[in-house]
Design a binder for this molecule. Sequence first.
Ligand code: GLU
Length: 481
Amino acid sequence: MNDEIRVRIAPSPTGYLHIGTAHTALFNWLFARQKNGKFILRIEDTDTERSKEEFVTDITDGLSWLGIDWDEGPERNEPFGPYKQSDRLQIYQDYAEKLLKENKAYYCYCTAEELIKEREVQEQKKLAPKYSGKCRNLTNEQVKKCQAEGRKPTIRFIVEPKKIAFTDLVKGDIEFDTSLFGDFVIMKSDGRPVFLFAGAIDDFMMKISHVIRGEDHLSNTPRQILLGEALNFFVPEYGHLPLILNPDRTKLSKRKNPTSINKDFRNTGYLPEAMINFIAIMGWSAKNDQELWTLKDLINEFNFRDVGKSPAVFDGQKLNYLNGYYIRKMSVGELSKAAEPFLQKAGLSDGKDKLLSALSLVQERVKKLSDIPELIEFFFKNPEFSQDLLIMKNSTKEKIKIALEESYKHLFEESDFGRDSLEQLLRAVAAKNNLKAGEVLWPLRVALTGKEASPGAFEVLECLGKEESLKRIKKSIDMLK
Ligand code: GLU
C-alpha cells in the first residue's frame, strides 16, 4: 500500500442524493483535502433494476453544488477506473473464479424457498440464523442433479471461524466472531456481485487507504476483511460515521424529514454554505463547540477524534438558523443572484434597481431563498388585502382614515422621500392629530405592502418612491369610505 490518503464515496444510484450520503462524502472529502490526499467518486450500480442514470446525475450535481469535488470519478477511467461498477463486472467475475479455484468459495444451488425454510427451522430451535453450509461439499452427482433441475447457483465464500479485530477511526477497537456469520453469498445467481464483494475488490484496486462510511455498514467490514485476506489485499483503515436520525430517533427518512439535497434543500432555497456547515456539525463537534464553519475552516480543523459515537439528530431549526445567517452575510448583489431562479419562477425578475433595494429591506428576515418572492412581491405588484387589516387593534376606522388622509396630504407636499425625513414628517402627523405613532404607521404599512408583517413604513415608502406610494395610500383611503 502506498502512503497517499485515498478515500471515496461510493453511492448506489438507486435514489436522489441523500443527506446521509452527502454527510459521508463531506467527511471523506475533508479528510482528503486536509491530508493532500485523493477523493474518489465510485458509482455502485450493480443493482441494474434500481439504478438509474437520472440518479447518477442528481448525485454528481448535488455534490458539485455543495462544493465537494472529486479527483477521480466516472467521467474518466484513469488511473484506476472504470469508476462505475457496471463497467467492472468482468473483474468481479474473475475474482470469484479465483476464489472458486482456490477452494475459498463454492457454488450454492439452494433456492430462496429452501433458505427460508432453513431459517425457520433455526428460529424454531432458537438458533441464530446463518447459512448451514449445505452446498459446501456437494458431490458431482448432486451438482448435476441441481443443474438438470435448471437451478442457477450463487457463489458463496467460505467463512472460517475466527476473530476479526480492527481499530475503527471513530468507534475504537472492535471485534467480530466470524463463526456467527455462515458462508455468505458473493455472486448472485445472475452473475452479478453482491455489493460488499464488489466494494472490497474496488477498494483494493483503487488503492483506498481509508474506508469511511455510515455505521450501517459496520457489519460488512469483517466480511470484507475476510475477503481481503483470502485475496491477499492490504487491509485499509476503517471508520464508521454515526447515522443521522429523525428527531424521534428513528432512522432519517424522507417520510418524516427532507432528505434530498437537490429537491428538498437546493430547490427550496438553502445555500450550499449553510448545508455544508449543517452537515459538518451533525456528528462532529470541535472541542470549543463552535457552530459556524466555512469549508476552509473545516478542512483545517476536522478530525475523526471528535466525531461522535452516538447518532446525530436532524435539527431543521438549526438548518434554518444557519441558512438565515449565511443569507444575511451575503451582499445584496450576491443575494439577488442567488434568488434569481426563485424570483423568475414567481414572475418577479424585472426591475433590477427596485429589486436590489427591495432585497436589502427584507434580507434580515429571509430564512430560505424561496421566502423571497413572497416577501418582496409588494414592491412589484399592487397589494391585495381586506379593509380589516388596515384597522389597527385598539384603534377605530375613523382614526385610521384620518391617519391615512393626513399622511397623504403631507407626503404629497414632501419632496424628500428619504427615510429619515419621512420619519420626522409622519411622527409630526401623528402628534398633530392626536394619534399614536402606530395608528399612522400601521395603516400606511398595510396600504403599501398588504401584509401584516413587512419592513417598516419609512423604508417601504423610500423604496417605492413618492408616486407609487401615494397611489397605494389613495386606494386604501377609498377602501375606508
Ligand atoms: N454503495 C454503498 C451505499 O450506497 C456504499 C458502500 C460502502 O461505502 O462501502 O450505501
